[in-house]
Design a protein around this ligand. Structure first.
Ligand code: NDP
Length: 449
């Protein structure tokens, strides 16, 4: 048996990497992790967590406005962006510290430097040190994929949005997916004049399109300028520091102060040494793995966004946990990728589990659709026109719920629990048999017609 420095060496201390390190160490493995930026990864440092704080912050715009109908007199509604930004960044520092503590408390050695793979069992650190490991886990995540257009160097990504010096007066968001819709909602709420442009005519392609249409209507009503079939041709910097964004198809150029590009993320495998070792990747650089997270090189594994299966934090965490349990915990833990719930923290948010109406019709033909299109009590009292929409997709013959799709305040909070029922294979009748909890928005799920 060769003698390795570590049982497991993890490259990337994000959601998947930290979970795998901690669990492997708790099973008695000798573990090290290398991180070139900050422990915590995309979700904690520049993704889900600070994004959600911005979502909360931006909701105050409407809450303060609605306060009058609720009997409150609130005179000051000016946003102090630097105060908000710095408070969020301080909280990110706190979380970064907690993640580092977790590694330390589990006796995981941390190398705060870049690491590359130099052999099936060998890692090269930026400092020049070589380390050997029985297993190597690649958990380096993904990185914004920038389209190749003139002037793209003037654009920022979601990474930089958390550090802006000032709140932009005008923001141009390029893309129509998760990040584009979330940041458009946030900055519209905070007071920027937002344009969201997507290259095709469909936003949030993987979501139920009736729900997406509702989001589009509400976003427009809230003041977001949505441009579909707008493919950016070039970004031109003007003498006053602002930008002109030109489209390929002759639309009027859009003048803006910040251009945010959110056109997808790709696996961060460039210059990681994987080609030299012969690890198989797809055309976009995502690592190909089997259902045990193993690459074609038996000692090298990969979890999370770098594998481009499902780019969601909880999936990476589960993959990291299962891998550590398999390698060191003597368990044949596997991930079930069916019925993964997801949400877009747009305003209002979208939440979804299972098949969309389109997918279900393709698979089963004449599926049954039940829905509730309602105005929440909170919105009625605030005199806000915004309507929620809940949709349930049901199997044509056996009454099994195939999918639930929602757009409403608190939709992600409600859907997480509904996802348990859908994953458990419950029927529409099981929902109907459950007595409503009144008054709530969630009760609509057991009253669907
Ligand atoms: P998405 O994959 O969600 O959306 C990409 C968007 O960019 C689409 O509208 C697509 O247009 C467009 N696009 C793709 N390529 C190009 C191109 N070359 N030129 C112009 N437009 C292009 O990507 P995001 O960047 O928003 O998010 C990345 C991933 O991060 C998500 O897939 C998700 O997994 C994860 N994420 C999850 C969140 C959550 O769970 N709430 C929040 C944020 C991110 P079209 O569809 O028209 O082709």
């Amino acid at each position: 048996m060769p003698n390795f420095d570590y049982d497991l060496f993890v490259i990337g201390a994000g959601s998947g990497g930290v979970r795998a390190s901690r669990i492997a160490a708790s099973h008695g493995a000798k573990v090290a992790v290398a991180e070139e930026y900050r422990v915590g990864g995309t979700c904690v440092i520049r993704g889900c967590v600070p994004k959600k704080m911005l979502v909360y912050a931006s909701h105050f715009a409407e809450e303060l406005h609605d306060a009058a109908n609720y009997g409150w007199d609130i005179s000051k509604d000016a946003l102090d962006w630097p105060r908000l930004r710095d408070h969020i960044l301080n909280d990110v520092n706190r979380l970064n510290g907690l993640y580092q503590n977790t590694l330390n408390n589990n006796d995981v050695t941390t190398f705060l430097e870049r690491a590359t793979v130099s052999g099936p069992n060998e890692i090269l650190l930026a400092s020049g040190k070589k380390i050997t490991a029985k297993y190597i886990l690649i958990a380096v995540g993904a990185w914004p994929d920038m389209p190749k257009v003139d002037g793209i160097e003037y654009a920022v990504t979601s990474n930089e949005m958390f550090h802006l010096e000032n709140l932009p007066k005008r923001l141009f968001v390029y893309g129509g997916g998760y990040i584009a819709n979330e940041f458009a909602g946030i900055f519209n709420g905070l007071g920027s004049q937002v344009t969201l442009a997507n290259r095709s005519e469909r936003l949030l392609r993987s979501y139920d399109q009736q729900i997406v249409e509702r989001l589009t209507e509400i976003s427009i009503a809230k003041g977001i300028d949505i441009k579909l079939n707008f493919e950016v041709a070039k970004i031109v910097k003007q003498p006053d520091g602002s930008f002109l964004v030109h489209s390929k198809h002759g639309d009027e150029p859009v003048e803006t102060d910040v251009v945010l590009v959110a056109t997808g993320r790709r696996a961060k495998t460039d210059d990681l040494g994987l080609q030299n070792v012969g690890v198989n990747m797809d055309a976009k650089g995502a690592i190909l793995v089997d259902d045990r997270a193993q690459t074609n090189i038996p000692s090298i594994y990969a979890v999370g966004d770098v594998t481009d299966r499902v780019q969601l934090t909880p999936v990476a965490i589960r993959e990291g946990q299962a891998l550590a349990d398999r390698l060191f915990g003597d368990k044949d833990a596997r991930i079930n990728y069916d019925y993964i719930p997801s949400a877009v923290f747009s305003q209002p948010p979208i939440a979804s589990v299972g098949l969309t109406e389109g997918e279900a019709r393709q698979k089963f033909g004449d599926v049954k659709i039940f829905q509730s299109d309602f105005r929440s009590m909170k919105n009625i009292f605030a005199d806000r026109a915004e309507r929620s929409l809940y949709k349930m997709i049901v199997h044509p013959t056996d009454d099994k719920v195939l999918g639930i799709h929602m757009i409403s305040p608190e939709a992600p909070e409600i859907l997480q629990l509904a996802a348990v029922a859908v994953k458990a294979g419950l029927s529409k009748q099981a929902f109907d048999d459950t007595i409503a909890l009144h008054p709530s928005m969630a009760e609509e799920l057991v009253l669907l017609k």
